[in-house]
Design a protein around this ligand. Structure first.
Ligand code: FES
Length: 132
């Protein structure tokens, strides 16, 4: 009888750990406010932005390169449950549950229902400014 209870309790504990791990992977958070930073596109940390379709994350913002003259900056956290969105060259898909966002941050397909925050970008030589 005690063995049966032990196995049952063990199962409940394992389920709790799985739920906690899933919740920590997805976080809901407000998009960054009062954003104003500049990145050096020649820096190693941003080398992904040397190629069309490349993207990086900085300060909870995804910065993506459409082409050499067009960069997009959106809040990183998907508005569904907070996974980091990615960039596929034209849209921002979320790898967790399949939401998709356009270049303006608007929802193209759910389950997310709220847009990502769009930030301004300004390119000056190799310096890219991202600001709200
Ligand atoms: S976190 Fe669920 S679709 Fe993005």
């Amino acid at each position: 009888m005690q063995r049966k209870k032990f196995i049952k309790d063990l199962g409940i504990s394992a389920l709790g750990l799985v739920i906690l791990a899933d919740l920590s992977a997805c976080r809901k958070e407000k998009p960054p406010e009062d954003v104003d930073f500049t990145i050096d596109l020649d820096a190693d940390a941003f080398k992904a932005l040397k190629s069309d379709g490349g993207f990086v994350y900085k300060d909870r913002i995804i910065i993506a390169r459409v082409d050499s003259s067009e960069y997009i900056a959106l809040s990183e956290a998907c508005t569904h449950t907070g996974c980091s969105v990615e960039f596929d060259g034209s849209e921002f898909p979320c790898p967790c549950h399949g939401s998709r966002f356009n270049a303006a941050g608007e929802v193209l397909s759910g389950p997310a229902r709220k847009a990502l925050q769009l930030y301004n970008t300004s390119l000056n030589g190799n310096e890219l400014r991202v600001f709200s």
